[in-house]
Design a protein around this ligand. Structure first.
Ligand SMILES: [Zn+2]
Length: 562
């Protein structure tokens, strides 16, 4: 085509008009899933492989159409195809953010309609329909609802709509580029770094799981990173986690990014603090829920009392939450959240408000992370009359068993804690607890294991060496059911203690000791060596040898958890 001066002038005008009106407002389409369990396929037809499944209420942005099939952007950033019969397609008129706290969303367009939930400031909503002064929107966790337009602000459209119009659950407002300082660690294996912050941008290089990169900024779901050669690139934020100390340069105010009413007067919320998320339960008192952490899957599970019909599945990649699932189970509501990183949690209950805040932290991914171990230094009980039970006394020097036990326990505690375990002692020098109450310490906190440390004594001659006891009679339903774990723990600790202690291997024995009988968690009693044996008494008196024993027991515990 020959560009005549007239045509050139026309082109210039077009460009000028574009510059004046700015980037055209994007109006994409979102589909809300209708079927209960729906297949998502690799291509537009039932002959294509099923890549995943979805269910009612899930929201996806629609990328293109082919016959009766729709191409959608999946929550993991990849694309898939779904039959149009299973998707209620809504044209996104615009996107708005909620202004103000506790804003009612209603069944219909007017205050005369029943409120079906509340939303909070900052929540990003796609508007499907406008009626009078009301918007029909999809509220994550709630479904379709109407919100008054005067309680929202229109969000500026971003020029990469398919990437920040994140579907169900990921309701973080699209923001402009936020400068950041710090580093991120790659969590995906072989991850693309792209020229721009879109999934179709050219790949400039690849990085691997565990690689650490400096962050320059954050835009939507993307980090801008500095590469080894000094150039920059973009990486999707669900493939990396920010390292400690990585902070966006914006003000760190808390914003509620997910609000899920569970039942009348009971709500579950996720708060973005700019660092790790906070989970909030409103309306339950502290006896009406159970919070558990599953280290193997980096997940937190909340069991909330009271019937609920809430069903929801989504994710919040920016907060490192790969999956959020809410579903009823008997007379409870269950909330499962899988995180992209090893987690810790601490609970703060505000009784008069019936509000529980669960602070999610990053656990270092160590071998014993999340394990709760109760150590019991043998003896040192305050007896009636006020004297302290010293345990056995060394035949030669009168070395007190309680001091040897305590010293080994402290060394063992240091080793276990360095490996991520949470260690609880039954006492740290003297105690009023009975033997059954020492066992109770472990039972009360559902410890993973209970380990009692003793030193042996025999009036007969020539007995020396290491031994480990457990108790698991089949007549006892609790102890009998733990037979395998109790025996395994005893066997591995004995094996490793013999290696580092180097004395005679007496072996693994069974005995009806009170602490072993009364513990409802797997337990052992370790007899390190003999205070009645001259050589061993001398060894037990030495700090270096106590350290060796502690290391052996520690190695055994580690082996038990592997
Ligand atoms: Zn003892």
């Amino acid at each position: 085509m020959i560009i005549t001066p007239q045509k050139r002038w026309f082109l210039y005008s077009l460009i000028l008009i574009f510059l004046l009106i700015g980037v055209p407002v994007w109006a994409g389409e979102e589909g809300v899933v209708k079927g209960s369990v729906v297949n998502i396929r690799q291509g537009p037809g039932t002959t294509y492989k099923v890549v995943t499944q979805t269910k009612a209420g899930q929201v996806f942005s629609i990328l293109e159409k082919s016959g009766s099939w729709l191409k959608i952007r999946l929550h993991n950033g990849q694309d898939g195809w779904i039959n149009k019969d299973y998707l209620e397609v809504n044209t996104v008129q615009k996107q708005v953010t909620v202004n103000g706290t506790n804003i009612n969303v209603r069944k219909g367009p007017g205050t005369g309609y029943a409120a079906i939930g509340k939303v909070q400031s900052g929540l990003l909503l796609s508007v499907y329909e406008e009626k009078n002064d009301w918007y029909r929107v999809n509220v994550p966790g709630l479904g379709q609802a109407w919100i008054a337009n005067w309680l929202t602000t229109q969000t500026t459209q971003n020029n990469t709509p398919t990437n920040n119009t994140t579907p169900a659950g990921n309701t973080i407002p699209a923001s402009d580029t936020t400068p950041m300082q710090g580093t991120i660690t790659i969590t995906g294996s072989t991850v693309n770094i792209r020229q721009k912050n879109t999934l179709d941008a050219p790949v400039v290089t690849k990085v691997n799981a565990g690689d650490r990169l400096s962050v320059l900024s954050k835009q939507g779901d993307w980090y801008q990173v500095r590469l080894a050669d000094g150039s920059t690139g973009w990486i999707a934020d669900w493939l990396a986690i920010p390292d400690n100390g990585t902070t966006p340069s914006r003000s760190d105010q808390e914003s509620e990014v997910l609000i899920a009413p569970i039942a009348e007067g009971k709500t579950f919320k996720i708060i973005d603090t700019g660092a790790r998320p906070i989970l909030v339960l409103e309306g339950w008192n502290s006896t009406e829920y159970k919070i558990s952490t599953r280290q193997e899957t980096n997940s937190i599970v909340l069991e909330l009392q009271g019937p609920s019909e809430r069903n929801y599945e989504g994710k919040l990649t920016r907060l490192g939450i790969n999956n959020i699932k809410i579903y009823p189970q008997a007379d409870k509501a269950i909330i499962e959240m899988a995180f992209a990183y090893p987690i810790t949690q601490s609970v703060n209950y505000i009784g008069n408000l019936k509000v529980t805040r669960i602070l999610v932290g990053t656990a270092e991914n160590k071998q014993l992370s999340g394990k709760v171990i109760v150590l019991d230094p043998g003896h040192a009980s305050v007896q009636s009359g006020g004297w302290l039970d010293p345990g056995a006394l060394g035949k030669t020097t009168g070395l007190k068993e309680k001091d040897v036990n305590l010293s080994i326990v402290f060394k063992l505690k240091t080793l276990l804690e360095a490996d991520g375990a949470r260690v609880v002692l039954t006492h740290a020098g003297q105690t009023y607890l009975s033997l059954a109450e020492r066992a109770q310490v472990a039972n009360n906190i559902s410890a993973n294991i209970f380990v009692s440390i003793h030193s042996n004594f025999s009036d007969g001659n020539n007995i020396s060496g290491h031994s480990t006891y457990y108790y698991a009679p089949s007549s006892d339903p609790v102890l009998g059911s733990q037979r395998t774990s109790r025996q395994k723990l005893a066997t591995l600790v004995q094996r490793e203690m013999v290696k580092t202690g180097g004395r005679n291997d007496i072996g693994v024995l069974q005995a009806n000791f009170a602490v072993l009988r009364e513990t409802t968690v797997p337990s052992i009693l370790v007899e390190t060596a003999f205070l009645s044996d001259k050589t061993e008494e001398s060894l037990l008196g030495s700090d270096a040898y106590r350290q060796k024993l502690a290391e052996g027991i520690y190695n055994g515990i580690k082996a038990y958890f592997q």
